[in-house]
Design a protein around this ligand. Sequence first.
Ligand SMILES: C[S@@+](CC[C@H](N)C(=O)[O-])C[C@H]1O[C@@H](n2cnc3c(N)ncnc32)[C@H](O)[C@@H]1O
Length: 288
Amino acid sequence: MIASQCHTVIIAEYSEKKVVDMITDVEFFRIVNYVKSNYGIDLSQKKVLVTGRLDNYLARNGYESYSDFMSKVENKPDSKEVRDLIDNLTTNHTYFMRESEHFRFLKDIVLPEVKNSLANTKDLRTWCAAASTGEEAYTLAMIYKDFFALEDRLWDTTVLATDISTRVLEHAESGKYLKEQIEPLPDVWKRRYFRSVGTEECVVTDELKKQVIFRKFNLMDPLPFRQKLHVVFIRNVMIYFDEETKNNLVNRIYDMLVPGGYMFIGTTESIDKSKTNFKYVRPSVYRK
Ligand SMILES: C[S@@+](CC[C@H](N)C(=O)[O-])C[C@H]1O[C@@H](n2cnc3c(N)ncnc32)[C@H](O)[C@@H]1O
């Protein structure tokens, strides 16, 4: 292609792409308030993140301004626009065996205790809150399978895993991961719980998928459990909430645990001990 033709093509492509108006302060705080009041996530200091993640989405979907988009969001609570907003603005980073000291503590301390104390019911209730793409919940399920081994069939150790982002939940349910993502797992787990799909991907086996139920749930809503829980993993999500929202959630989790139940938070997170009845067990592990 000669230079002048090439130039014409570039100009044509450029002019087809919609350009979104720059976000105004009013528009930015409209998004901040919406996300904070509905999902607890505090984006007030995250203007670059918000525009970095939404500019292209708005342009691709034909919006001329942030106001145009936010009017749709605010008028339709269960709409695709709201789902897209959440999918774009949540941070979903996670990986298998993340903060592995928690899984070691679970296997060495919590599960032997539970095996004794729940010997009659054999019903271990675990909630993996803010599960993102599922690596954390599947790791829990593999730990349980390993620990209960031959007695596994006698126990109900199903993990309930929740998140607000539809996109990550769909990914989690598919159980598909890149082979390099499961690399840190023990070989015996890789062979037992994953099936190869093509050269680069693998998928969680049906046996493991049955151990995890994924559901959409907003942590700002009343907790949806009929029975009290034994173990709650709520890691690396409360960093996005302000202190009041976090204290309120921690206390609702406390009420939802059986006496002696455990709560695990992210290893870089902390809770205000003066605002809760949780007993400190070790860094990032608490007990009712
Ligand atoms: C960084 S990931 C943490 C994943 C996993 N827990 C871990 O530690 O690896 C945070 C997750 O919290 C979810 N989240 C944020 N606000 C939420 C809310 N109000 N209700 C439920 N999930 C929320 C996000 O969608 C995201 O997937």
